[in-house]
Design a protein around this ligand. Structure first.
Ligand SMILES: [Zn+2]
Length: 78
């Protein structure tokens, strides 16, 4: 099974954080091309909020109970 590796919030664009662009490749997402990942409870400074990251279909595989699982990013080059 692939380990899920999710980018940290830091370094993501606003569009990626808001779910308008792919978390992995930053391509703009449309409702028919986007896959919702399981939401996460995040804490930023003193604020807690739910984050609902989205990615292209290329980056997910079906996990247990049909939940989308982020596939491991290709290893960076040498
Ligand atoms: Zn993508």
């Amino acid at each position: 099974m692939n380990r899920t590796t999710r980018p940290r919030l830091r370094g993501l664009s606003e569009a990626q954080i808001r779910g308008f662009a792919c978390l992995r490749c930053a391509r703009p997402l449309a409702d028919d091309t986007a896959v919702d990942l399981p939401r996460e409870r995040l804490r930023l400074a003193d604020h807690r909020f739910w984050w609902c990251p989205r990615v292209c279909r290329d980056h997910v595989e079906a996990g247990p109970a049909g939940a989308a699982t982020l596939v491991e990013a290709p290893a960076p080059g040498p």
